[in-house]
Design a protein around this ligand. Structure first.
Ligand code: ATP
Ligand code: MG
Length: 197
């Protein structure tokens, strides 16, 4: 039987406990064998540019996931020039891991953007989609708007964590605490590299 491979995409600018809880819940609820985190290269569907260089975002993701034997991090997107589209990444993963069944894990907000992604039909043919509930975003909006795609999209309830990278960057800039919002090692890395000041 093929491996059930979770794919967690994001800018991870920086990675925080909301991302980690989402991936862990996907592992458990969808009986995945592993989850690969894929930090984006260039910003993807972002109204604001990424704040930290790809290499720093990649390293913070490695630090945050290191203790979980089922989590890994891919350099696929950080090593690519220009914007990366989900469809290209899923295609590359499908070619690299022909045995794997892909499960793309996103928060409710990212799922709401799915219709605006490049080649939405091909995207949906390459993977199952797991949309995690996220405070402040209404998953019902997506469900009502895209009935044809619901077959490949599952909604996943997770413990609500109103944590965002945007808020963490603002906190660092304002000298406010980020302890308990990100793993200790990520907090140390942000301080050491002088990110988000
Ligand atoms: P930013 O504020 O910079 O957009 P973010 O916190 O939304 O950062 P991303 O890197 O954009 O983090 O998110 C990657 C993926 O993780 C997205 O699919 C997003 O929906 C999901 N996600 C992020 N934070 C949470 C959270 N607290 N609960 C559930 N899903 C989340
Ligand atoms: Mg986001």
């Amino acid at each position: 039987m093929g491996r059930r491979l979770g794919v967690m995409g994001g800018t991870f600018d920086p990675i925080h406990f909301g991302h980690l809880v989402t991936a862990e819940e996907a592992l458990a609820q969808f009986e995945l064998d592993e989850v690969v985190f894929i930090p984006t290269g260039q910003p993807w569907m972002k109204e604001h540019p990424v704040a930290a260089p790809g290499e720093d975002r990649y390293l913070m993701t490695v630090i945050a996931t290191a203790s979980n034997p089922r989590f890994s991090v891919s350099r696929l997107e950080v090593e690519r020039e220009g914007s990366t589209y989900t469809v290209d990444t899923l295609r590359a993963l499908a070619a690299e891991r022909p045995d794997a069944e892909l499960f793309f894990v996103t928060g409710a907000d990212a799922m709401l953007e799915i219709l605006h992604w490049k080649d939405p039909e091909e995207v949906l043919s390459l993977a199952h989609f797991i949309a995690a509930t996220r405070p402040g975003y209404d998953i019902a909006v997506f469900e009502a708007g895209a009935p044809a795609q619901n077959a490949r999209v599952s909604v996943m309830s997770i413990p609500a964590l109103a944590i965002s990278s945007t808020d963490i960057r603002r906190r660092v800039k304002g000298g406010r605490p980020i302890r308990y919002l990100v793993p200790e090692g990520v907090k140390s890395y942000i301080e050491k590299a002088g990110l988000y000041r």
